[in-house]
Write a protein that binds this ligand. Structure first.
Ligand code: HEM
Length: 401
């Protein structure tokens, strides 16, 4: 066993723009560190690029094991069993195959013109709001919520309800612990009801992804009711929360360093590489992606025992000088940007291309419409949310001209 001190994670300097210096300290001196999660579990934290990729992709580190009895927990909410994120191959491969064609690059690109139109109409709302407009409320949240509602077949009118459940599901506030469990129960019941309506109306053509999954099940594809509901919950939550946070973070980072905003205003063709660079640079999670070791694994002289949890710190890997030149600088034209913000290995983000389209099109709409946009508050005074997936609570801007 180890004599290492145990650090509490999130670190005390979490929930702000720049990554905690503790990540750099661990990366250099203690690449496999002992940490205590908010849920009280002691797990390992890996912070170097190569180790993060190993933990995410090596079958000796399991996602299915995170829902087993007694497994270490990172957050207040219990992870949902039978979902993409809580299965290993071959179950994971079977589930992923059922949705992979919907999210395939070519098919998802067909949504781009519609997402661009949506972004342009949200830019109208921002113009109407005038100086002080909150980009989080007027663009970063409504855009991905409308996209995922449309794709999945979830009524957009229900957004306030499922936003509240999602917020609680990711909460890192101990005081909310009891409400977190209720929120996840309510969200699951909501999706179960929606699926039941879709089953009752399944004689017509499929209009959305949940319809398609209902029909796949009726036509004999192996998919249990729990798995179908878990798909709905997983896609609804994963499909908007991270995109919303990243849209805000991308705009905020560009405006915090206005020379970068000006560079993009002058050359829109940089948007693709800029989005990748901002995804690398921005915070994504205050903790790391959890896996549980299924056998003893030796890493940097430390034995991770079977049954122990290991968190892969994506943000830290993205700033590892072993993998990126000058990792703490923003280079909007960075080449061969192998950031890990969408993960790596079998659980690589299913919605990565959709997220890229959302980020690129929302940025383009803002750059075209508000080339002189600036922060309405000093960057370091902006408030961050205390949740698992890092994000700003607000993003007020002045529109210029
Ligand atoms: C900028 C936005 C996004 C970021 C940064 C992001 C990030 C990630 C990451 C890091 C993972 C891997 C987690 C792990 O290995 O433990 C993941 C998985 C996933 N993401 Fe995303 N995501 C984003 C947007 C989306 C969108 C728009 C969808 C919509 C469908 C989505 C759906 C999923 C799903 C279903 C998984 C689980 C995949 C699996 O386990 O096979 N994500 N995402």
């Amino acid at each position: 066993m180890t004599e290492q001190p145990v650090l509490d994670i999130p670190f005390p300097d979490a929930f702000q723009f720049d990554p905690s210096p503790t990540f750099e300290e661990l990366r250099e001196n203690r690449p496999v560190a002992r940490v205590r999660t908010l849920a009280g579990a002691e797990v390992w934290l890996v912070t170097r690029y190569d180790d993060v990729r190993l933990v995410l992709a090596d079958p000796r580190f399991s996602r299915a094991a995170v829902v087993r009895q007694g497994a270490p927990r990172v957050a207040l909410a219990k992870p949902m069993p039978n979902s993409l994120t809580t299965t290993d191959p071959p179950e994971h491969t079977r589930l992923r195959r059922l949705v992979s064609s919907t999210f395939a690059h070519r098919r998802i690109e067909r949504t781009r013109p519609w997402v661009a139109e949506l972004a342009a109409s949200l830019a109208d709302d921002i113009a109407a709001a005038g100086d002080g407009a909150d980009i989080r409320q007027l663009m970063a949240l409504p855009l991905p919520i409308q996209v995922i509602c449309h794709l999945l077949g979830v009524p957009y009118e229900d957004r306030e309800q499922f936003r509240e459940w999602t917020e609680l599901g990711y909460s890192m506030r101990m005081a909310e612990a009891e409400r977190v469990e209720q929120a996840m129960t309510d969200l699951t019941a909501y999706i179960a009801k929606l699926v039941a309506v879709k089953v009752a109306n399944s004689s017509g053509p499929a209009e959305d992804l949940l319809d398609e999954l209902v029909r796949a099940r009726e036509q004999g594809d192996r998919l249990s009711e729990e798995e179908l509901i878990a798909f709905g919950v997983n896609l609804l939550v994963a499909g908007h929360e991270t995109s919303a946070n990243q849209i805000s973070s991308c705009v905020a980072t560009l405006l915090r360093y206005p020379e970068n905003w000006a560079k993009l205003v002058a050359d829109h063709s940089l948007v693709e590489t800029a989005v990748e660079e901002l995804l690398r640079y921005n915070r994504f999670s205050e903790v790391g992606q959890l896996r549980v070791a299924t056998e003893d694994v030796e890493l940097h002289g430390i034995t991770i025992r079977a049954g122990e949890g290991v968190m892969a710190a994506l943000n830290s890997a993205n700033r590892d000088p072993r993998a990126f030149d000058d990792p703490d600088s923003i280079d909007l034209a960075r080449k061969e940007n192998k950031h890990l913000s969408f993960g790596f290995g079998p659980h690589f983000c299913l919605g990565a291309q959709l997220a890229r389209i959302e980020l690129q099109e929302s940025l383009l709409a803002l750059l075209r419409r508000f080339p002189d946009m600036s922060l309405a508050k000093p960057a370091l005074d902006l408030e961050w949310r205390r949740v698992l997936v890092s994000g700003l609570a607000e993003l007020p801007v002045n529109l210029g001209r």
